[in-house]
Design a binder for this molecule. Structure first.
Ligand code: ATP
Ligand code: MG
Length: 685
């Protein structure tokens, strides 16, 4: 949609309203995000400088997209200066500026979830990944409710929770000593800072003339408090615009609370609430199915949605024999869309509930040579074992990379204990040097001695030696030999077995490591490859390749612009739209998702229903829902039951009304899709 289409009267009102805080509460595709971008332009006209406008989005990707949309409205220069970011990135900015006021050195590190798991394993004296993940989950929920370790200990109801609360305390002590924070701290610490430090709080409030929040329904308690701290409780600085849809609240499991919507009018009595009712995204059939599904949930706020885009094509339901067959049919459908509807690959998305569902689709898409990207799932580089290796490589390239240092120094364990690292962290903070530099500081023996000092020095020597060898290991064969030899020297395979209960899982992780080594070796070149024909490609050193890994990663992220099919979890699809959407695996147990032994509460079912609603409303022109007659559960195959949400779409009522010509056309499409499927299958064989 071009940015020049006029706003409707309700959107216009939301954009122009500046006197008091404003909440736009409206259904999917009604132009809420569009209101935010237009309001940015309005605020600039009103005299705010770009940097005084903070727009908060849910993901980095959404932030990039919003900046792009803003650029079309306000020009490149202003768009560059706008403070568009996620809550986390904003928190990071506050801490980098003012963290010293709460005892953080300006170059503190941010540990990702995986690094924190390592700290927890260490804090608990355990090698059990599952247990560490369990603690991490609990701790994160507590932090998102605004509880610290003291409060968590008081709130703990049983031994399990008491243990998690103890781990929370130990983890916090360790992170403080390492001068590191985790993702949740990026919200909690800035909030604590603004609440405790009146001077800093006044400065940040003055910095932003207006704060805009997209996807407000998915903020958690701490994010809401941070927003309040930034805009002020009441008074002239309480200028913000939030947009959201209670029917799309899908992060309850991560501590987001719909109560934030109810609290807003109480905390800000002058709040102007604006509803939007016209949907600009989807055709009639799709919108009706969405409305019918969400009608099954209790209504917090009553909303109506209508569309002027015509009836469009009916929603199709595909029954498939199993995951493979489902993926084949999706591929055939994609090929048919390209042929008959002239769709581009980037017009098409396959959405599913759980990460693992992407596998079959990836496999069939690759076989059919259809380009795709996976979003929201775990990319290869996010796997713990790959990240361990990347930490070493990162450290070779940049010895100031403190998180990489912490990870490499403790994975696998090599006798560098928590106390040693804490002392090293304090020393590094005091002298404003990196952890790696601190290891070689002539004055370190004043604070560390004996074995602790020796193991650190040994580690430092190993990193230097590896760096030297990586610089001289040229070409794939040498790089592979170096990596494999080194993995053996640090006992990495054994480390994987120690960390997993299941040998099979440990083997799978080791297979990933070997894949990674291959991948690096190929990049070091000098091998006979398909692409290189019979010529030897240029040889690079392992260190050169380590240096390009960061670049390769950022290129993979930028892959967005290309013409590729999107595979995405429903959670990661929030806020986005595609002309053609396939909703896959719409089965009981998968969507609504239910763990094997789970007693599903009414609240959980409602959240799953909202996910279905989010999925349906991503589609602009066609929606295909596929369901499995048989599905895999762990290692067994079980009978598949179509999701109750399919019946709830009430498609029969609509199909019965469809005219005969329409039915004939659908039959033809179906036949075309089948013959394409057969061709694809033959080609894949
Ligand atoms: P979601 O709930 O999924 O986040 P949303 O309410 O944020 O949806 P947008 O993404 O802003 O909706 O808008 C949906 C689509 O409708 C976009 O393609 C947008 O450009 C278009 N649109 C919004 N408002 C208008 C309008 N007044 N005229 C024409 N098109 C519009
Ligand atoms: Mg939106």
């Amino acid at each position: 949609m071009s940015s020049s289409a006029p706003l409707n009267p309700a959107q216009h009102e939301a954009v122009r309203h500046l006197a008091t805080p404003c909440l736009v509460l409206a259904g999917a595709g009604s132009g809420k995000t569009r209101v935010i971008t237009h309001k940015i332009a309005r605020l600039l006209q009103h005299g705010l400088a770009p940097r005084e406008i903070a727009a908060i989005t849910f993901t980095n990707k959404a932030a990039a997209e919003m900046r792009e949309r803003a650029r079309a409205l306000v020009g490149a220069r202003a768009a560059r200066e706008l403070a568009i970011s996620t809550f986390h990135a904003l928190g990071l900015r506050i801490l980098r500026t003012d963290g010293e006021r709460i005892g953080l050195k300006p170059s503190f590190s941010v540990l990702d979830a995986d690094d924190v798991q390592g700290v927890l394993r260490d804090a608990g004296g355990s090698t059990d990944n599952r247990l560490a993940r369990h603690w991490q989950w609990k701790i994160s929920l507590w932090k998102n409710q605004g509880l610290d370790a003291d409060a968590a200990e008081r709130a703990a109801r049983d031994d399990d929770e008491r243990q998690a609360a103890r781990m929370m305390r130990r983890c916090a002590e360790r992170l403080a000593a390492y001068q590191a924070v985790d993702f949740d701290d990026l919200i909690g610490l800035p909030l604590a800072l603004l609440q405790r430090d009146a001077e800093a709080c006044a400065r940040w409030r003055a910095a932003f003339g207006h704060v805009l929040v997209d996807e407000y329904q998915d903020t958690n308690a701490v994010q809401y408090e941070l927003l309040k701290a930034l805009v002020g409780e009441r008074g002239p600085n309480g200028q913000f615009t939030a947009v959201g849809d209670d029917d799309q609240s899908i992060y309850g499991w991560r501590g987001a609370t719909i109560e934030n919507l109810e609290r807003l009018p109480q905390d800000y009595p002058q709040l102007r609430i604006i509803a939007l009712e016209q949907n600009y995204r989807s055709t009639g059939h799709i919108l009706r199915a969405a409305n019918a599904v969400i009608a099954g949930n209790p209504k917090l706020f009553d909303k109506k949605l209508w569309s002027e885009l015509g009836e469009g094509e009916p929603v199709r339901v595909l029954e498939c024999d199993g995951e493979e067959h489902e993926a084949e049919r999706a591929v055939a459908h994609i090929q048919a869309l390209r042929g008959s509807a002239g769709a581009k690959f980037c017009d098409i998305a396959v959405l599913y509930r759980a990460n693992h569902q992407s596998r079959a689709f990836e496999h069939k898409l690759r076989a059919a040579q259809i380009p795709y990207k996976v979003s929201g799932g775990q990319s290869w580089f996010d796997r713990a074992e790959i990240k361990d290796l990347c930490a070493w490589l990162r450290l070779l390239v940049n010895q100031d990379d403190d998180p990489a240092f912490l990870r490499a120094a403790t994975t696998p364990r090599r006798g560098i204990g928590h106390r040693t690292l804490a002392t090293l962290g304090e020393f590094a903070a005091k002298w404003k040097v990196s952890l790696f530099e601190a290891v070689f500081a002539p004055t370190l023996p004043a604070v560390l001695e004996g074995k602790a000092l020796d193991t650190l020095a040994q580690f430092g020597r190993e990193v230097n030696e590896l760096e030297y060898r990586a610089r001289h290991a040229c070409g794939g064969d040498e790089a592979r030999a170096l990596l494999l030899g080194w993995l053996q020297a640090i006992g990495y395979e054994q480390h994987l077995h120690d960390g997993e209960d299941s040998a099979k899982l440990a083997q799978a992780r080791w297979a990933n490591v070997l894949d990674f080594v291959d991948w690096i070796a190929r990049r070091c070149g000098g091998q006979l490859t398909h692409e290189a024909g019979s010529f030897e490609s240029a040889k690079l050193s392992l260190l050169d390749v380590a240096q390009t890994i960061a670049v390769i990663l950022s290129l993979a992220e930028r892959g967005d612009q290309q013409d590729v099919v999107t595979l995405s979890t429903l959670h990661a699809a929030k806020g986005l739209e595609w002309p053609h959407v396939v909703l896959a695996g719409v089965n009981e147990g998968l969507l609504p998702f239910r763990a094997a032994d789970e007693e599903m509460s009414a609240e959980r079912l409602q959240e799953e229903r909202r996910l279905m609603y989010v999925g349906i409303t991503r589609a602009q022109r066609t929606l295909t829902v596929s369901t499995l007659r048989r599905r895999k559960r762990g290692r067994e195959t079980v009978a598949g039951v179509p999701s109750r949400f399919i019946a709830e779409m009430k498609l029969d009522e609509i199909v019965a009304k469809a005219d005969p010509r329409e039915r004939l056309r659908r039959l033809r499409d179906e036949l075309a899709a089948r013959s394409a499927a057969n061709k694809a299958a033959a080609a894949a064989d």
